[in-house]
Write a protein that binds this ligand. Structure first.
Ligand code: AMP
Length: 634
């Protein structure tokens, strides 16, 4: 680790208050805070207590004096062939209009607004509008279907839902409205109104008295002036649901001031973005990366941000670089899966466009394998920075802070602990601190730095239980990731310690998928695991035990059952969670106490040694898994 960075990091831990008070100067405060950190109720940390600020003000209003006419939001859709550039002044206008629309529907400070939207500008207006008036947004990824959406509606209890007729993927419209209608039908909570953007992609049936047309409302509120609501730093900006080991996703809850400061600091120290430049993050607003680095981070830094609806290979695999050239992108943020997809395409497309404006490509969300990192870094001739974090943290835990001191990346490592994170590797069973080259659980000693989750929405106990009680003898935050640290202080991430899997950078709970599959009447029980995949990192694979095993005896019958089960997952959770295969077995490998041996199943699927099997009840069950994966019909 570089000396200057090491001192910077050390100070962030030893003099937390001094360090973060300085970082807090990177944003505008309407009223100064009176206390940097209130840690009187561990592990709950309250940052910048008493300070009043606003995310929307920091993202838009404060830039108006200097850059009103400069690009702020650049929307590109290769799905509908649209390209629209909004200046800071125009984004300000649209956001105030959206804020007036929401306020007109009775949305007040602290009320929830659920946003179920494709990658269109109105999604960003809606997020910023909520931030402006102090409403709490909860964005649900457009790839989720009715049951996933209903669970989030019931937990967030939104007054208003903002949605659209459809999204589009690879040129095919994907209707959102029927999924939303079904979700509201299933949900116990009923939102008072639904604001709908009609893109003209799919027919929509409107529910009288509930569904409202955005275009009409926009006209009515075209001139509305909606002042910023100044919020105490610890009020809630948003909740974002994420999967864990149980079937119920957790609402990760974030504050206002701490998040704004954390993002502003990361834009300076990690991403090295400058006002007036362009940032291109290829994630989706439904994920934390989209919240932090499509919407808030770049705008807080006064940068233009690209909102891209499309795939990395349409119209051809040069599209991302074509956009870099066109908009003189300085910084790019993507996921390893996108790069692995490009790797299969014509390499000439990597150098066809002028990408000289690009300084760094950041990759995150899933493990970045060395060959992919090497391929893209050599192909582009640009540094690649892998960074590791979670929905819970909101910004990187591991990265390189090149804005503080230039450090060399090591292939396969997301770098070193970022300032503010008191990171440790702990023994899973004893909680003992581990040394160089020893594998342990990556843990953060609290308080968590600004920007990290405050709690689980509506469930403080679950926050403490889930994150702070799993490592024996340590009241440390568990990331639920395995890691190892080398002699230079660089970390390597070695997979999850729990049943969370990561498909193409999308975090999925295997438990949720199992619960969905179990709605099929023929199923007795099932286990879903994540299996290594060359492109997506992992894919979900299901092993199913039928009530009547003979029902899948014929290959055609097995295929039909598999299709039916996958259709249930599609309908309930969305295609994003669909297992790549359902294999039928007579029994699941379990311990004598009845616990499914997921790690052993996974190892067998990946043709690895399943390890210690002394507790297995029936070794034959594991052999069946091996046979099933090996046979063409499962
Ligand atoms: P999410 O909350 O969806 O962002 O998923 C967070 C999880 O993704 C982490 O706990 C890791 O398991 C994985 N992850 C994220 N970034 C990286 C990375 N750079 N390298 C390895 N794993 C990562």
């Amino acid at each position: 680790m570089g000396q200057r960075y090491e001192a910077f990091h050390r100070r962030s831990i030893e003099d937390r208050e001094g360090f973060w008070a300085e970082q807090a100067q990177l944003i505008d405060w309407h009223e100064p805070f009176t206390q940097v950190l209130d840690y009187s109720r561990p592990p709950f940390a309250r940052w910048f207590v008493g300070g009043r600020t606003n995310l929307c003000h920091n993202a838009i209003d404060r830039h108006l004096a200097e850059r009103a006419g400069q690009p702020a939001l650049i929307h590109v859709s290769t799905e509908t062939n649209e390209e629209t550039v909004y200046s800071f002044a125009e984004l300000h206008r649209e956001t105030m209009t959206m804020a007036a629309i929401l306020a007109g529907q009775g949305v007040e400070r602290g009320d929830r607004v659920l946003i179920y939207m494709p990658m269109i500008p109105q999604a960003v207006f809606a997020m910023l509008a909520c931030a402006r008036i102090g409403a709490i947004h909860s964005v649900v990824f457009g790839g989720f279907a009715s049951n996933s959406l209903a669970a989030r509606i019931d937990d967030a209890t939104p007054k208003v839902v903002v949605s659209a007729d459809a999204g589009s993927r690879a040129g095919k419209a994907i209707a959102y409205k029927p999924l939303l209608d079904e979700a509201i039908r299933i949900a116990r909570h009923k939102p008072a109104s639904v604001v709908l953007v009609d893109r003209g992609l799919a027919p929509m049936e409107r529910v009288a008295g509930r569904d409202l047309d955005y275009a009409e409302l926009r006209k009515a509120h075209a001139e509305a002036e909606v002042p910023v609501t100044w919020l105490e730093s610890n009020e809630i900006s948003y909740t974002l649901y994420t999967s864990g080991t149980t079937g119920t996703p957790k609402g990760v809850q974030r504050d206002v001031g701490g998040y704004a400061v954390a993002l502003a600091a990361s834009m300076r120290h990690i991403y090295c973005g400058k006002a007036g430049e362009t940032y291109f993050c290829t994630s989706d607003i439904g994920w934390v990366v989209g919240h932090s680095y499509i919407v808030y981070g770049p705008l807080i830094a006064g940068m233009a941000t690209i909102l891209y609806e499309g795939t990395p290979i349409r119209p051809d695999a040069g599209i991302l670089w074509q956009l870099v050239e066109k908009y003189r992108v300085s910084l790019m943020f993507s996921a390893p899966t996108a790069i692995r997809v490009l790797k299969k395409q014509d390499p000439a497309l990597l150098t066809k466009y002028d990408t000289s404006s690009l300084r760094t490509l950041f990759l995150a969300g899933e493990p970045l394998d060395e060959p992919t990192a090497r391929w893209i870094s050599e192909g582009l001739g640009r540094p690649i920075i892998d960074n590791y974090w979670q929905t819970e943290t909101g910004w990187p835990i591991l990265a390189l802070a090149n804005g503080v001191e230039r450090m060399t990346a090591k292939f396969g490592s997301p770098g070193v602990p970022m300032y503010g994170y008191d990171l440790h590797l702990l023994h899973e069973q004893t909680g003992a601190e581990l040394g160089v080259n020893e594998k342990g659980v990556v843990a953060i000693f609290p308080p968590l730095p600004p920007g990290c989750m405050q709690t689980v929405w509506g469930d403080d106990e679950r926050f403490v239980e889930t994150y702070f009680t799993t490592i024996p003898g340590q009241a440390a935050y568990s990331t639920f990731d395995w890691g190892i640290r080398d002699e230079d202080g660089y970390y390597f991430i070695l997979g999850r310690t729990d049943d969370v899997i990561n498909v193409a950078g999308h975090r999925l709970g295997t438990r949720e998928i199992e619960e969905s599959l179990s709605h099929h009447a023929a199923l007795a029980e099932c286990a879903v695991i994540g299996m290594a995949d060359a492109i997506k990192g992992q894919v979900a694979v299901a092993f199913a035990v039928l009530k009547d095993a003979s029902a899948a005896a014929q290959p055609e019958a097995a295929l039909r059952l598999e299709k039916e089960m996958l259709a249930i997952v599609d309908r309930q959770l969305g295609a994003v969670a669909r297992p790549s295969r359902v294999y039928f077995v007579m029994a699941l490998p379990k311990t004598r106490s009845g616990k499914v041996l997921r790690r052993a199943i996974q190892a067998v699927c990946e043709q690895r040694d399943p390890g210690d099997l002394t507790t297995i009840e029936d070794p034959n069950a594991l052999q069946q898994v091996r046979d099933a994966v090996g046979s063409p019909h499962g």
